[in-house]
Design a binder for this molecule. Structure first.
Ligand code: EAX
Length: 332
């Protein structure tokens, strides 16, 4: 714990510099994933753009790989004003604003194009607009990507193959229910603890996009990667409202513009890496099997009660808008 007077001094320093409009403003951006993952690459690009747009006046220091805590802890730190930026999975945000839960509903998006259309459209803006009431400001949606199951027991060929596996999930009730719904034993924990849990066989399995499997070196402790693609995981670039409120209008504009540029970069990088890392993971010794569309449909069928529960839980109106936006994106 930092002594109170130190925190008070630091806060006063930030407030003073914002008021003068000339002094340096320091901010911290925390990510839960390693330096090579798009979450952290995006954070560094964002930091670079913010600095460029403010002539070096706003400095954003990036702390990767959970150095500032788990996604959940960082979210709380942003709310409390002891950390400025983060880009957690939107699944984490669903614990604060239930409407975010629609984004993680299994087997909703067919591809990234649909996700972009929904996230950058009215539904995405409506979700972000709910954050200030919770002490956060949402700047943009980034990408983690489609999540696939890895384990060290067997390839997931049929939906039933997931049953009985001890699967690490994110600390989010939708993901816990999703894997329980497929007959697995869901074990929620932070991604920062996951490598050790897999290595020590505390869990058999986990689910994440190729980029996370590669960045976290899960190929060293997991044999099988099955392309379940059960959910698209969007990240949200968020900022502490306490910090945001201290910025001048011009600085806010600069930060928004930096966020827009970093978003294009982060998504492009995520897509390029996800496309290239599948072959790399096979090369590193993982056995990769494609799950058939029929089996994915069977998984979706088994998850109907979970989908119904979280559709209702996220709010009828939000859910209706979410599915309508996907339909709209699908139109040629
Ligand atoms: O921040 O926790 C997870 O599995 C997520 O993929 C990731 O950490 C997003």
């Amino acid at each position: 714990m930092q002594p109170f007077w130190k925190i008070a001094l630091a806060a006063a320093a930030i407030a003073a510099s914002a008021l003068s409009g000339a002094q340096e403003i320091k901010a911290r951006f925390g990510t839960s994933l390693p330096d090579s993952h798009p979450q952290t690459l995006g954070a560094r690009k964002f930091a670079e753009r913010v600095e460029a747009k403010t002539a070096g006046r706003i400095k954003v220091a990036v702390y990767s790989a959970g150095q500032l805590g788990s996604d959940l802890q960082m979210q709380a730190a942003l709310q409390g004003g002891t950390q400025e930026f983060a880009a957690p999975s939107t699944a984490t945000l669903a614990g604060l604003v239930k409407d975010f839960g629609v984004l993680g509903l299994p087997f909703s998006f067919a591809d990234e194009k649909e996700a972009d259309a929904v996230l950058d459209g009215p539904l995405g803006r409506k979700l972000l607009a709910q954050l200030p009431a919770r002490g956060l400001v949402g700047l943009a949606f980034w990408e983690n990507g489609f999540r696939n199951v890895t384990n060290n027991k067997r390839p997931i060929v049929r939906a039933e193959d997931i049953a009985g596996l001890k699967v690490r999930t994110m600390q989010n009730s939708l993901y816990i229910d999703m894997f329980s719904g497929l007959g697995a034993n869901a074990v929620p924990m932070s991604v920062t603890e996951l490598f050790t849990a897999l290595e020590s066989h505390a869990v058999d399995a986990q689910e994440n996009p190729y980029t996370v499997v590669h960045a976290q070196k899960f190929y060293d402790v997991q044999k099988y990667l099955s392309t379940t693609g059960h959910a698209y995981d969007a990240l949200a670039l968020i900022v502490s409202k306490k910090f945001w409120d201290r910025l001048s209008a011009a600085d806010r504009q600069a930060v928004q513009a930096a966020a827009a540029e970093a978003t294009v970069y982060e998504r492009t990088t995520s897509r390029a890496l996800n496309a290239q890392l599948r072959a790399e993971l096979a090369h590193l010794g993982m056995q990769i099997n494609d799950v058939s569309p029929q089996e994915r449909a069977r998984m979706r069928e088994k998850l109907q009660p979970v989908i119904a529960k979280y559709t209702a839980g996220a709010g009828e109106e939000t859910a209706r808008e979410f599915f309508a936006a996907i339909e709209q994106a699908r139109k040629p």
